[in-house]
Design a protein. Structure first.
Length: 477
């Protein structure tokens, strides 16, 4: 700092401070240093004492309008809202990152994207732990109020770590893609996927019609509207691909990158919707082929329980009631087999649940039937959440995550996935159409699907690989 017209004060040299006992080159005496140091030490003691007194007064003062030293503790309701918001945001970041990474891998190969895949797996692990903590909290565990606050803080912390993992790699992924230098290769991949999906969508429409003709209405219900939504996403992708191409030709590469990423998101979700129809048709065929063997296996298990007088904790009237119900389920399914179109997956569901209530060990065929049903339920719930994530809240996502963890636990995964789908459909119904005026082809689906991140006139920025700090970074017009 310079005072008046005098010479500036020289800056202190870098490096360690010399000992007070060391001789100075300008022959300054030790006494000349001791007095200033003693004064400085006294001043430091006084300043520290004054700071402690001010801090103590601030903590005990009751004067209105004075800000307390510690922030107020959030209420349980506020903490729960924060945890739910953190779960939704982290889940969206993971899903959006997974979508973009699939395009990068197709262009550059698995080895090139391994650092990003590793970050994604780490984020998925953190998110899974956060969902597990949240579900325990929803179930009332732990019971102690302090421990419950800590559990919510743990949920938020895990979600933050998931986002941090993705944020840390976002810039590296941008450098690998190099969209600021050109989008030609990436556009080619997106357009190839688009053409392949357009053909599959036409086939899926015929497949969905076949499900309605061959099976009971409940069989195709999980994918009702999927083909129409896939077409909507493809219309959106068509517009964005055209805009990306035009922007690239005009040398407007930031805008081209934004439109390309939006198109990629629309194409990915169209693929999820079409794939959902295809998988359900396959599983219904597998279930229909498995029903006769499942019936035989179930009847054998029921006979074994009746002959043995019950298993586990079942005795007396409770055993008789459950045996009656177990007898009724296979009988009803056999009647449906000869009575016209039926729902094979639901038939397997009723058979396996009836036997499970007897606390009997499931035979191999019944175990296979239960797993087929559970995987079908989990997949259809996952597909619905994925293409409506802009509207789906934390409870549905948490049930879905729990269903995935319970896939090998009997019928539990099937039940949880059904709850997740029901909660997600309710969330979508409450959210409604963000663009009731019908503006923009496919814009509503893109926003409800989380492809675009806002309800601006153009739907806002597209979701990209990254956490909360980076997922919307392609924001330039």
């Amino acid at each position: 700092m310079t005072m008046g017209s005098g010479d500036p004060v020289p800056a202190a040299p870098n490096g360690p401070v010399a000992s007070s006992a060391a001789p100075r080159q300008d022959e300054t005496s030790t006494t000349d240093l001791v007095l200033p140091l003693a004064a400085l030490g006294a001043a430091g003691v006084l300043a520290g004492y004054g700071y402690l007194r001010r801090t103590r007064r601030a903590r005990t003062r009751t004067t209105p309008g004075v800000v307390p030293a510690a922030p107020p503790v959030p209420t349980p309701a506020e903490s729960e809202r924060q945890a739910r918001a953190a779960l939704v945001l982290a889940d969206d970041c993971v899903r959006g990152s997974r979508e973009e990474l699939s395009y990068v891998e197709e262009l550059f190969g698995a080895e090139a994207v391994e650092p990003f895949a590793h970050a994604l797996r780490a984020a998925e692990t953190e998110l899974s732990a956060a969902f597990a903590m949240w579900r325990r909290y929803e179930e009332g565990l732990p019971e102690d109020a302090t421990a419950r606050r800590q559990a919510l803080a743990g949920v938020v912390g895990r979600c933050a770590e998931a986002g941090r993992r993705l944020d840390a790699r976002a810039a590296d992924l941008d450098r690998l893609r190099g969209l600021e230098h050109g989008v030609t290769a990436a556009l080619r991949i997106a357009e190839d996927r688009f053409r392949e999906l357009a053909a599959r969508t036409a086939a899926a429409q015929a497949t969905a019609a076949g499900l309605r003709e061959r099976y009971a209405p409940s069989a195709g219900a999980p994918v009702t509207g999927f083909v129409e939504q896939a077409k909507d996403r493809l219309v959106f992708a068509t517009e964005r691909l055209n805009e990306a191409r035009q922007a690239a030709d005009a040398g407007e590469l930031p805008r081209a990158a934004r439109q390309l990423r939006a198109a990629e998101g629309g194409i990915t979700q169209a693929g999820i919707l079409v794939g959902g129809v295809e998988r359900l048709a396959t599983r219904l065929r597998e279930a229909a082929a498995l029903v006769p063997a499942a019936l035989t296996g179930a009847e054998a298990e029921i006979a074994g329980v009746r002959k043995g007088g019950g298993r586990g904790s079942l005795t007396g009237g409770e055993l008789r009631a459950r045996l009656a119900h177990a007898d009724a389920a296979p009988a009803a399914v056999r009647a449906e087999l000869t009575g016209g179109p039926y729902d094979p997956l639901d038939a397997l569901r009723r058979i396996t649940r009836a036997v499970e209530r007897l606390e009997a060990g499931r035979s191999g065929v019944l175990e296979a039937a239960g797993l087929l049903v559970s995987r079908g339920s989990v997949d259809t719930a996952e597909d619905f959440v994925a293409v409506h994530r802009g509207a789906v809240g934390a409870p549905a996502r948490a049930r879905l995550a729990q269903a995935v963890r319970a896939l090998d636990a009997g019928t539990e995964a099937d039940v949880l996935a059904g709850q997740a789908r029901e909660l997600a459909e309710r969330d979508v119904g409450i959210r409604g159409n963000p663009f009731a005026d019908g503006r923009g082809a496919g814009l509503t689906g893109a926003v409800l699907g989380g492809v675009l991140l806002a309800e601006d006139p153009d739907g806002g920025p597209p979701a990209s690989f990254g956490g909360p700090l980076t997922r919307s970074r392609r924001h330039l017009p």
